[in-house]
Write a protein that binds this ligand. Structure first.
Ligand SMILES: *[C@@H]1O[C@H](CO)[C@@H](O)[C@H](O)[C@H]1NC(C)=O
Ligand SMILES: *[C@@H]1O[C@H](CO)[C@@H](O)[C@H](O)[C@H]1NC(C)=O
Ligand SMILES: *[C@@H]1O[C@H](CO)[C@@H](O)[C@H](O)[C@H]1NC(C)=O
Ligand SMILES: *[C@@H]1O[C@H](CO)[C@@H](O)[C@H](O)[C@H]1NC(C)=O
Ligand SMILES: *[C@@H]1O[C@H](CO)[C@@H](O)[C@H](O)[C@H]1NC(C)=O
Ligand SMILES: *[C@@H]1O[C@H](CO)[C@@H](O)[C@H](O)[C@H]1NC(C)=O
Ligand SMILES: *[C@@H]1O[C@H](CO)[C@@H](O)[C@H](O)[C@H]1NC(C)=O
Ligand SMILES: *[C@@H]1O[C@H](CO)[C@@H](O)[C@H](O)[C@H]1NC(C)=O
Ligand SMILES: *[C@@H]1O[C@H](CO)[C@@H](O)[C@H](O)[C@H]1NC(C)=O
Length: 719
């Protein structure tokens, strides 16, 4: 209180004197002068420290210039600029105009309570200067008191630590909020009323109750209680009415569960606390006990009572319970030779500093009692900590990730175009972070994701491969097994190839259908678009091909994901000419001077070429399919045959006899032929008659002048 008063009243005058002195000295001395030596501020507010500094203009013939100024705290060996310190990040500002220096710290925390000093560095070697003694900052809760102003009925709310300007106040009468918002309360109140005040935003730190006479009141044995998760806690309150009509505990945080949010309900009836709450009463005291605490029980608890004529309001702050679990924090790891050291901290959101700690490695007490610990670890070690006498509330063990488990989630098969998710899970504390890698045939491990899940929205063929994930935390890392991703897909291409480029009758030919697809497709074969029965395989065998096998072939590759039709191949079976047939135009005997067309035709592939021969002459008589003999002379008579030829071979036709009628004795040749034939026929008839005496069938077909022969080997004499 006295300190605060001094701060406010003398600060200004001191500041003026310092300014004056600084001006008089005209930067002749190395100095830093602080406006205040001690500053108090409440949590969450903003504080400003002021100072001035000076230095000689010139020293050792060097003109001195200030190069850097900063504020620092903590008496490290070397002063460290506050702005570079993590715990002040974003909360610190410097203001410097000429030789004045200002430090602003926002959103104050209790841990900011420290000694702050200003330092400036000049161009002169060793020309750094820190002003002593610095400013001591105390950051606290707003400890308030209510007192009656002298010679007045007004009440005043004051704090030992100066409150931020324009603070708003909250006044309570018998636990109920009043309308006054200033530090002065002008009533009404009576000798029987319990008064209290608080600063808006800090209602959890109200002043103690103030009473002029005999007052009903509720006070709590503790403002804040910290308890371990799973443990039990008892919150006590004192109250001053033995004939209460009703008295119960409630938690304002549960107001949403109440029938009327303004009308508190007994905690005993709250389902969240069912079976875990016990309340005891004596005439002046009540205890609330909650067992098997969970973190969601962290809340504020208030007590309320009512008599026939009086009601204690529900607005004044009660006891804040924080349920905490110990936690081993890994601050740092470092490797020295083959050993890894972990710097650990046994952390709790509200652990009193005075406790001894117990550290466990794989369940063994390590005999270390500090809250921090630098310990050698390996990948299988599990480390935990506890507070002495509370060993049952140990922190969960910390350890490196153990063998990550990988799985794939896809709807059905992993097939092209479908989505799939690869998941990696590993037990680890602190929780692991994950990296997915992919191994392909060609390259080494390739990083594909920095998440525990690898999401493939539309699977591509190129996604096939072996995947693995690495789980890592500060204490180590572990690699999963490989997960093979085998992407299924419909055949994309198919083509037919043939074992022989030239297909000749009689050889064996294989047609091979090559296609992709996963799983391997089955095949069907088509000839001229007709499906063939044979050929489930990729190879279609034509053993000893025949001319009928010529055609256009294709195959179709199919698996359960789809099908594709291949390109087509044309199989052209080549063969040598078949027996040629000869036709003649005009048919019959030909008179001298007439003309005749002989036509030879033979089935062949490729098409045959034709050559005509007259029997018993070696040189060809003509070439070409049609042989025309014009201006027939007698010498033209005789046997003719044609030869059909292609690259695969040749074939001769049967003989064809051309009979030339002499114009003078047209019948002679015919009668000679007739007589001869008759003789031949007659002798055959006799032999026939002798063999088959009973039957007499004589049939003769005579065609004088022209004889068809059907055997190439037999030739008949002319004349
Ligand atoms: C609260 O009530 C008790 C009992 O009636 C009394 O002794 C005590 O002085 C009261 N406290 C205040 C602050 O009025
Ligand atoms: C409340 O708890 C305190 C401390 O544990 C104990 O001394 C007191 O007797 C308890 N009162 C009731 C009413 O249970
Ligand atoms: C304590 O509460 C947890 C859930 O928060 C429950 O699983 C456990 O069984 C409870 N223990 C006891 C002893 O009731
Ligand atoms: C890890 O260290 C523990 C003792 O702390 C030891 O028992 C264990 O064999 C070590 N394991 C390995 C893999 O080094
Ligand atoms: C697989 O993923 C789908 C969609 O993302 C999800 O609904 C389903 O629960 C997942 N299944 C498994 C076993 O993870
Ligand atoms: C047919 O497949 C073979 C082997 O896969 C390939 O070498 C060839 O180029 C393909 N032909 C066509 C026309 O696609
Ligand atoms: C045709 O395929 C069969 C079986 O694959 C093989 O035994 C044969 O030698 C092949 N024939 C030719 C002409 O390639
Ligand atoms: C070929 O595969 C498809 C798809 O898997 C199937 O429906 C069909 O029956 C198969 N054909 C044969 C002959 O196996
Ligand atoms: C023989 O063929 C040629 C050409 O086709 C034709 O002009 C001629 O009249 C034919 N000769 C006879 C006797 O049919």
């Amino acid at each position: 209180m006295r300190e605060a008063a001094m701060n406010s009243s003398t600060a200004l005058s001191l500041f003026v004197i310092f300014l004056f002195c600084a001006a008089v000295q005209s930067y002749s001395k190395w100095s830093v002068t602080y406006t205040s030596k001690t500053v108090c501020a409440i949590k969450g507010s903003t504080v400003k420290f002021y100072c001035t500094y000076s230095h000689p203009h010139k020293e050792d013939d060097i003109t001195i210039n200030v190069e850097k100024t900063f504020w620092f705290t903590k008496t490290n060996k070397d002063p460290v600029d506050l702005k570079t310190q993590e715990e002040y990040a974003g909360r610190v500002q410097y203001q410097r105009t000429r030789n004045r220096c200002t430090l602003i710290i926002e959103d104050l925390k209790e841990s900011d309570s420290a000694l702050y000093k200003f330092r400036f560095i000049t161009n002169k070697i060793g020309g750094s200067y820190t002003g002593e003694p610095g400013v001591q900052l105390y950051v606290s809760d707003p400890y308030l008191t209510v007192k009656k102003k002298s010679y007045s009925t007004q009440l005043e709310c004051s704090s030992w630590c100066p409150l931020p300007p324009r603070s708003t106040y909250v006044w309570y009468k018998n636990g109920k909020t009043m309308n006054t918002l200033t530090s002065i309360y002008s009533g009404p109140y009576s000798y029987a009323d319990s008064m209290a005040c608080a600063v808006k935003g800090h209602e959890d730190f109200p002043s103690p109750l103030f009473c002029l006479g005999y007052c009903y009141n509720v006070t709590y044995s503790k403002r804040r209680i910290c308890a371990f998760k799973g443990s039990s806690v008892t919150i006590g309150s004192f109250y001053s009415e033995s004939y209460a009509k009703s008295a119960f505990w409630f938690s304002p945080g549960r107001s949403e569960e109440w029938r009327d949010p303004l009308n508190p309900e007994n905690l005993i009836e709250d389902s969240q606390y069912a079976g875990r709450v016990d309340v005891t009463y004596t005439t002046r005291q009540s205890n609330l006990t909650i067992t098997n605490l969970s973190e969601s029980d962290s809340a504020e608890y208030r007590f309320k009572f009512q008599t026939h004529r009086f009601e204690w309001g529900s607005d004044l702050h009660g006891t804040t319970l924080t349920v905490t679990a110990l936690q081993v924090q890994v601050t740092k790891t470092s490797a020295l030779q083959d050993t890894t050291y972990a710097e650990l901290k046994c952390h709790s959101s509200c652990t009193p500093a005075v406790y001894h700690y117990i550290w466990f490695k794989n369940g063994q007490n390590l005999g270390h009692t500090e809250s921090t610990y630098k310990v050698p670890i390996n990948t299988t070690d599990k480390i935990s900590c506890a507070i002495s006498e509370h060993e049952e509330y140990r922190a969960p063990e910390v350890y490196a990730p153990v063998s990550p488990f990988v799985s794939v989630n896809s709807s059905g098969d992993i097939s092209e175009g479908k989505p799939a998710t690869l998941r990696c899970r590993s037990q680890a504390n602190p929780p692991a972070y994950y990296t997915w890698y992919k191994k392909t045939k060609t390259s080494a491990l390739q990083r594909v994701s920095e998440d525990s899940q690898l999401f493939l929205s539309s699977i591509q063929l190129s996604d096939s491969g072996d995947y693995c994930c690495v789980a890592k935390n500060q204490l180590g890392e572990s690699q999963s097994k490989y997960l093979n991703v085998d992407v299924k897909y419909a055949p994309k291409r198919a083509n037919v190839s043939q074992s022989h480029r030239e297909v000749v009758e009689g050889i064996s030919v294989n047609l091979t259908c090559s296609s992709d697809g996963n799983p391997a497709p089955n095949y069907s074969w088509y000839k001229d678009n007709q499906m063939m029965l044979q050929g489930q395989q990729g190879v279609y065998q034509l053993t000893s091909v025949r001319s009928e096998d010529s055609g256009i072939y294709h195959c179709q590759a199919e698996n359960q994901y789809g099908l594709i039709r291949s390109s087509s191949v044309h199989i052209n079976v080549e063969y040598s000419p078949r027996l040629p047939s000869v036709s003649v135009n005009p048919p019959g005997e030909i008179a001298v001077g007439g003309s005749v067309n002989l036509t030879c035709s033979s089935v062949a592939n490729p098409a045959a070429t034709y050559t005509w021969y007259k029997e018993s002459t070696t040189s060809p008589a003509a070439s070409g399919q049609m042989f025309t003999i014009e201006a027939i002379r007698r010498e033209h008579g005789g046997n003719y045959y044609c030869q059909a030829r292609n690259i695969r071979g040749h074939h001769n036709s049967t003989l064809y006899l051309i009979v030339v009628l002499s114009s003078a004795t047209p019948a002679v040749a015919g009668s000679i032929t007739f007589i001869f034939l008759f003789g031949l026929f007659f002798s055959a008839f006799i032999i026939f008659r002798k063999r088959m005496a009973s039957r007499q069938t004589t049939e003769t077909r005579e065609r004088p002048g022209v004889i068809w022969t059907n055997h190439s080997g037999v030739s008949l004499p002319l004349h």
